[in-house]
Ligand binder design. Structure first.
Ligand SMILES: Cc1cc2nc3c(=O)[nH]c(=O)nc-3n(C[C@H](O)[C@H](O)[C@H](O)COP(=O)(O)OP(=O)(O)OC[C@H]3O[C@@H](n4cnc5c(N)ncnc54)[C@H](O)[C@@H]3O)c2cc1C
Length: 475
């Protein structure tokens, strides 16, 4: 009898644990052949407004994650095949060559990913092979939801009411016990370099603040738990004093698939029995649920979330493609320190927290009246944790084009800055040219007297720009 060969096509799921496609292939086939393709279109084609689709921070993170995955497979005498080209052609050729039985993948739903899936599926049919889909990418299994996807509630609050605390989260799958390699000369190639992916030397970040890979994701999660939850009664008291919003910094790992949302949920859930921990941990669970919500919204409305008028089909003609204003925003030259500080952090690391993303997007839309799609595309390019549904979904909210957005999105950027950064430490770190200003002035240098500016040795308009918007209305 012919042995069953399962090709496992890795995509945004660069892990062995809780990987449904891998588990199914290992259960149904005698041997497996894992493959990852750097799709050349993603690295060569630009977004509508001319940005790289994958910027250097994410590319480097993916390479690191793949290097670890290759090592994990290597320890099991399995070679992870890595290629660069058109995904559907490459996988088809390999499937044809090795006469595989099935190709497995975790299903993606965004238009570009679906196009590749469909093309591959058609090609495989021609040789009597099948693409087998799994769907273990979200916190909730879509089969467990109390509504069909097309009836997903349109606000997060309604989604939470119908799903949170009602639908159980499935247990993460263990690494399959038995993964046997397909042994033949499929011709392994080394990992591409950043240069192979089209990045020039001066674009390549020396280090990322995040190192990719499944091991690193789990290590960071353990550390997070140790620092935040494994508190003795005494330290718990101290922790209560400085209790604030907990954030995991797991988004790069989640979106490259080095860790699954169910695995994070399992870590966090261990502490939910304790009321104090439960309150603090709930924001993380909400984050994971919001991620699912945006994925489901995308499945429901498909390309509408990428359109200027969004799922509500609004007329946003007042927002224009004003490239001068956009470039000042992108280059951190708005003259509003909190905005420029977050932008410099983003440009130099590929990551900023939610508040930073909110401030940048609100400033672009509400103050500069620039088309939000430009901002979303720039984030797509620069973010290390870019995920189409989360990025475009959140931009939809900020632009007010989905049903989740607040009607009044006015933001006083100075009040906000003083709340987020009362001592000005964050601004001083990213805008050292303002570091000589006192705490009272650092967030609004344009309100500082000539004498004070002179004392601080700052010439506004030369050392740091004058604000490009009217700041009077924030007083
Ligand atoms: C304009 C804008 C663009 C954004 N683009 C992205 C993006 O491309 N990729 C991305 O993962 N997040 C995006 N976010 C959401 C959010 O800012 C990040 O998920 C979060 O800052 C990641 O930090 P964390 O891992 O410490 O989050 P935690 O607070 O620890 O939350 C745990 C996880 O929940 C998910 N999550 C939390 N908040 C959100 C949210 N509002 N929307 C969707 N998922 C959420 C993330 O996967 C996160 O890792 C965007 C937000 C805005 C306002």
């Amino acid at each position: 009898m012919r042995i069953k060969i399962g090709i496992v096509w890795f995509r945004h799921d660069l892990r062995l644990r809780d990987n449904e496609a891998l588990t199914q292939a290992a259960n149904q086939c005698d041997v497996i052949l894992p493959i990852y393709v750097f799709d050349k279109r993603l690295y060569e084609n630009k977004t509508d407004h001319g940005f790289r689709q994958v910027g250097p921070y994410r590319a480097k993170f993916i390479l690191e994650s793949l290097s670890y995955l290759k090592k994990s497979f290597g320890e099991r005498n399995i070679d992870l095949i890595i290629r660069f080209g058109k995904t559907e052609d490459i996988i088809y050729e390999i499937a044809h060559k090795v006469k595989s039985t099935w190709v497995y993948c975790n299903r993606e739903r965004t238009p570009e990913e679906e196009f590749i899936q469909d093309e591959l599926e058609k090609k495989l049919w021609q040789i009597g092979q099948e693409l087998r889909f799994t769907r273990g990418k979200m916190l909730y299994h879509t089969g467990d939801l109390p509504f069909p996807i097309k009836h997903t509630p349109d606000t997060y609050a309604a989604f939470y009411r119908e799903v949170g605390k009602i639908v159980p989260v499935r247990k993460p799958l263990p690494i399959p016990d038995k993964i046997l390699p397909y042994m033949d000369n499929v011709m392994s190639e080394p990992l591409p370099t950043m240069e192979d992916l089209g990045f020039s030397n001066d674009e390549i970040p020396e280090t990322n603040i995040f190192k990719g890979g499944e091991y690193e994701a789990l290590r960071r999660m353990e550390e997070f738990i140790k620092d935040n939850f494994k508190a003795t009664a005494l330290s718990l008291k101290q922790k209560k004093k400085k209790a604030g919003v907990l954030v995991t910094h797991m988004s790069p790992y989640l979106n490259t698939g080095c860790i699954s949302p169910k695995t994070i949920y399992e870590y966090i859930n261990r502490f939910m029995g304790n009321k104090y921990h439960s309150n603090r941990a709930s924001c993380i669970i909400h984050g994971l649920m919001r991620r699912d919500f945006f994925k489901l919204q995308e499945k429901k409305y498909v390309e509408k979330i990428f359109e200027k008028g969004g799922i509500r089909g609004l007329d946003l003609s007042e927002l224009t493609d004003d490239m001068d204003a956009f470039n000042l925003w992108k280059e951190a030259k708005t003259g509003v320190p909190i905005v420029d500080a977050f932008m410099r952090e983003l440009n130099q690391t590929g990551f900023i927290p939610f508040e930073g993303r909110r401030i940048l997007s609100q400033f672009l839309i509400e103050e500069l009246k620039v088309n939000w799609q430009l901002g979303a595309e720039y984030f797509q390019s620069i973010l290390i944790d870019y995920n189409p549904c989360s990025n475009w979904g959140n931009w939809n909210t900020m632009a007010g084009v989905n049903f989740d957005a607040k009607e009044d999105r006015y933001c006083n950027f100075i009040t906000k800055a003083k709340k987020l950064d009362p001592k000005g430490e964050f601004v001083r770190r990213w805008i050292p040219e303002l570091s000589t200003l006192g705490n009272n002035y650092i967030h609004e240098p344009d309100k500082v007297s000539e004498a004070e500016l002179k004392k601080a040795n700052i010439e506004l308009g030369k050392d740091y720009p004058m604000p490009i918007v009217n700041t009077e209305r924030w007083v």
